[in-house]
Design a protein around this ligand. Structure first.
Ligand code: ZN
Length: 451
């Protein structure tokens, strides 16, 4: 059913951009589907957010005395209006050493950098586009031109802001092919001149996370939370990012209710909006849970973002969680050998599990490999239903369903992170720098809660 609902949504709603009329229709559709499936306490959690949307963008390059336009898209949270003409300087992959090497030479310039990593030693961690943009601003740059590293004239959008606010300089994405063209010009010692004009809007909107649950029979106040973002970017229908996860969650809710398994703990399903603009819905919900004390009852959070054909489950939690999830992985594998029981203990950032993790909640996620044809269309004009394998969604429901059931039935669950444990883990995983860049490092402000 998940695939059929998703296909219907791509045909009849389209994209699901937060704050747009499409976004509101997606919220209503999800609410109706939860209700039709007979879930408990179906409701929409309203939050206010400043939502960015694009109007127009133009990127021109001065070549041979004439301006030539390049196909481009503005990244989200770029200024509502700008018109700049600047020299373009290449900083390669845009990692901190690249910026440090360029030093003061970037002041007042437009910087050209890769979204992906090109020619970096294996294992080099990449930074998020918003973090690279923050570094550019820190080094005095006046504009950012990202090169998408996917071949085939694909343009990518996404937020350039680390904190959901508007950034102060324009940031755009151009194709891999045009990036290569600019770089070959630069090889001949030329400094290309670029002109960027853009118009965007940034307005206050109210959006809604859509929430439903199956009440626990023995410990109803203890919650196993399954979440994923319903919103998408607007260049296509967001069929894989994150129609795959969000519509799988609705179908999972339907299946668990229909099976009438009577979990001991409450299973709560949350479809977040505003993820793409900066985790707006999950931050709002976690903030609300923190204020009301509900956060202490969230025993773990399972995040489905671009999930399909799970090959195992990863977990970021203190002592006890890795063992528990290994046991569950093994049990699912014994039941179905197509599930490989892969393990991972390193949660990344930039999806809706992040605000939960930073508040000490153990997070879990399906380990997936959707293939280059899908990842190449991430945030792009080609993220449509043709990329979705219906079986990927069936497998989400089957395997995530088994995981959720085990977690909801376990006689005991391991604890949440203490503040000290969380700090140690984040440092070990190399997440301190990106979190500091994003103003999200939880240890110099009163966000992380004591257990
Ligand atoms: Zn996503």
């Amino acid at each position: 059913m998940g695939y059929r609902w998703l296909r219907w949504s791509t045909e009849h709603i389209g994209h699901r951009l937060t704050g747009s009329s499409n976004g509101r229709r997606a919220e209503q559709a999800a609410d109706s589907l939860f209700r039709a499936a007979g879930l408990d306490l179906v409701h929409r959690f309203a939050f206010d957010a400043s939502a960015w949307s694009r109007a127009s963008v133009n990127v021109g390059v001065l070549q041979g005395g004439a301006w030539q336009d390049l196909p481009s898209v503005a990244l989200a949270n770029t200024p509502v209006s700008c018109n700049v003409e600047l020299d373009l300087v290449d900083v390669g992959n845009g990692l901190r050493p690249d910026f440090d090497q360029a030093g003061d030479a970037l002041r007042g310039k437009a910087v050209l950098m890769n979204l992906g990593l090109v020619g970096a030693p294996a294992g080099t961690p990449n930074l998020h586009r918003s973090e690279k943009t923050a570094l550019a601003i820190e080094h005095g740059a006046s504009a950012v031109v990202f090169v998408n590293n996917v071949e085939g004239h694909v343009l990518l959008t996404g937020t350039a802001s680390i904190d959901g606010k508007l950034i102060t300089i324009p940031a755009v994405c151009i194709t891999s092919e045009d990036g290569a063209g600019l770089r070959s010009t630069m090889l001949n010692d030329a400094t290309p001149r670029v002109r960027i004009t853009m118009q965007n809007t940034f307005a206050n909107v109210t959006a809604h996370n859509v929430i439903a649950e199956i009440r626990g029979t023995r410990w109803p106040e203890e919650v196993v939370l399954v979440g994923g973002h319903l919103d998408s970017w607007d260049l296509a229908t967001g069929a894989t990012d994150n129609g795959l996860g969000s519509f799988s969650i609705i179908d999972l809710a339907r299946c668990l209710r229909a099976l009438d398994l009577r979990p001991l703990r409450t299973i709560r399903f949350v479809l977040f909006m505003g993820e793409e603009q900066g985790l707006l819905g999950s931050r709002a919900l976690v903030g609300h849970y923190a204020r009301t004390g509900e956060l202490d009852h969230i025993r773990c959070m399972i995040n489905l973002d671009m999930s399909g054909h799970p090959k195992g489950f990863g977990v970021g939690g203190p002592e006890g969680w890795a063992d528990l999830v290994r046991t569950i992985n093994t049990r699912i594998h014994a039941h179905d050998t197509t599930f490989e029981a892969k393990e991972d203990e390193h949660p990344g950032l930039h999806s809706d599990h992040q605000p939960f993790l930073l508040n000490g909640v153990p997070v879990l996620w399906p380990i997936c490999d959707l293939g280059g044809h899908v990842y190449g269309c991430y945030h792009s004009s080609c993220d449509d239903i043709h990329l979705v394998d219906p079986q990927a969604m069936v497998d989400n429901v089957r395997f995530v369903g088994m995981l959720v059931h085990e977690l909801a039935m376990a006689p005991v669950l391991p604890p949440r992170f203490t503040k000290a444990e969380l700090k140690e883990r984040l440092v070990q995983d190399g997440l301190e720098e990106p979190l500091r860049l994003g103003g999200d490092w939880p240890f110099e402000k009163a966000v992380a809660r004591e257990r």
